[in-house]
Design a protein around this ligand. Structure first.
Ligand code: HEM
Length: 489
């Protein structure tokens, strides 16, 4: 059997790989220098721009760095991303860190599984999502109406971000579980605050404790974490249990609206399995859509001309004051372009990574000009930066840093029309692990944008500093939320 070295040399020869370009580091072995500058940029809410300029400063699309002794390759090259996510899918893992971190509170499910177990999760959920692609907009109306009621109508400043988080939680629990958390309903019993807090804690344990003491607590058992896990499980288990018992009494002929939990229960009767899959999907679908809405409503009030054009499109497609139908939403091209453009400039998952499960080759990033293939040794991490990729002038034109929805409309953008970035635009990922909730998220977003435009005649930005700043965790959204003043018609 070939040694590791011999195998690597053979791969290098076969593919014509050349060495990567490396970031110049004062401390190239441990990479503490780069670690500290990353922490500084993160604290100043400019880590994404910091990475972007690291690549542009070197005039490179793939670079190798060492951070705390770990070798990481950063790339914003669509060909490399396509290779990891699709062409050579089997050579890559979502990474042991992500698996360990998320399994601790989500259990085994679509987001935390790999190989045959992941395939099984995906097969289990696929039919549920296929059927729900034509999203139930009447269900959305119930929650959006409550959202509208919570917003001051006289121009008083309001931050829409927390309201969007409540909205997406209410909508996704309604859709997935068949009963909503109803957090926007002032009359509802308050039963979800504990669940939301527990979910947030598990995603970011001890986040407020940034002192050196945090280092000590890392090695202690976190009893609060365990308590939060039990809260999550009980919340979902209670719902599954009551659904299972009501199924026993429901007659076959009762017309029912589509609920993902029902669909899941008809495919498996293992309640622990159902619980884990539901927690996995709730994690993936909750913050993401709220963050997208926040970014859109951060940007829109800065552009009266964009709002004007959106209003004329709405007038063209909708004759009365009724809420939009699914078909009307699908037909509104400018609305779609606004959502697409928001996800280009502010992708909700702006950075992601995979770990090589064997020695493998990326098509680009080798050699002095980065156009040669590159060997990635087993165990190395490759991080791709959608944020930088989505702002590449060679893909999007010289105005890549400008919010301009019309670049997505054929014939309207002078430089790169028609714009077909393919793997250069990746808000939902690509390949076999592409976001399963994409259509649902886009419909919910489009619906909410149209409904708020229908209700409010004017919208003013009340942002404190008028530039978008990142609030970065696993996902990314506007640091200042979406502070606006709205007046009703
Ligand atoms: C704007 C909203 C959303 C964005 C930007 C988004 C983005 C993403 C991305 C980038 C991934 C890939 C993660 C990875 O493989 O590392 C993903 C996966 C996933 N998303 Fe979404 N998502 C959104 C909304 C939703 C919604 C509403 C749901 C469900 C109701 C959902 C369910 C999932 C699931 C289950 C996965 C894992 C798929 C798999 O690994 O096979 N997402 N999403």
């Amino acid at each position: 059997e070939a040694t590791t070295g011999a195998h690597r040399r053979a791969l290098i020869k076969q593919h014509g790989c050349l060495p990567p370009r490396k970031v110049k580091q004062r401390d190239p072995i441990l990479g503490i220098d780069l670690f500290l500058s990353n922490i500084k940029a993160y604290k100043e809410h400019r880590l994404l721009a910091f990475w972007q300029s690291a690549l542009t400063d070197y005039n490179a699309h793939t670079l190798m760095v060492t951070i705390l002794g770990q070798t990481i390759y950063f790339t914003d090259d669509p060909e490399n991303v396509k290779t990891m996510l699709a062409t050579k899918f089997d050579d890559w893992s979502i990474g042991s860190v992500r698996i360990a971190q998320f399994r601790a509170f989500l259990g085994m499910g679509i987001f935390t599984n790999e190989g045959p177990a992941w395939k099984h999760s995906r097969d289990l959920l696929r039919p549920c999502f296929e059927r729900s692609q034509v999203a139930d907009v009447s269900m959305m109306e119930k929650h959006t109406k409550r959202l509208v009621e919570m917003i001051p109508k006289d121009g008083t400043t309001v931050d829409l971000a927390p309201l969007f988080h409540q909205l997406t939680l209410d909508v996704s629990t309604d859709h997935l579980l068949g009963r909503s958390t109803n957090s926007l309903d002032p009359k509802a019993e308050d039963n979800c605050e504990e669940f939301v807090e527990a979910f947030e804690y598990c995603q970011n344990p001890a986040k407020d404790n940034e002192s050196w003491f945090r280092i000590l607590t890392l090695f202690l058992p976190d009893r609060h974490f365990n308590r939060c896990v039990r809260i999550l499980q009980k919340f979902v288990d209670d719902i599954i249990e009551s659904e299972m018992s009501s199924r026993a009494t429901k007659s076959e002929s009762t017309p029912q609206r589509y609920v993902l939990l029902d669909e899941l229960l008809s495919q498996t009767d293992d309640p622990r399995r159902v619980r884990s899959e539901l927690l996995n999907i709730l994690l993936a679908g909750r913050d993401t859509t709220a963050s997208l809405l926040t970014n859109i409503f951060w940007e829109l009030p800065h552009h009266p001309e964009i709002m004007e054009r959106l209003r004329s499109e709405m007038a063209e497609h909708m004759t009365g004051p009724e809420p939009p139908t699914y078909e009307q939403l699908k037909d509104m091209k400018y609305l779609k372009a606004i959502i697409t453009e928001s996800q280009r400039m502010y992708p909700i998952v702006p950075q992601n990574s995979r770990e090589a499960t064997r020695d493998t080759v990326l098509p680009r990033g080798g050699g002095p000009d980065g156009t040669w293939p590159l060997l990635i040794p087993k165990g190395a991490l490759v991080s791709w930066l959608s944020y930088s990729m989505h702002r590449r002038p060679d893909i999007y034109g010289a105005d890549a840093e400008t919010f301009n929805p019309s670049r997505w409309l054929d014939g309207e953008h002078h430089e790169s029309s028609p714009l077909r970035p393919q793997w250069g635009y990746l808000p939902f990922n690509g390949g076999p692990r592409i976001c399963i909730g994409q259509q649902f998220a886009l419909t919910e977003t489009a619906y909410t944008v149209v409904r708020l435009m229908q209700e409010f005649a004017t919208m003013e930005s009340r942002d404190d500093d008028d530039v978008w700043k990142e609030k970065l965790s696993i996902t990314c959204t506007s640091l200042g939320g979406a502070k606006v003043g709205l007046t009703a018609f």
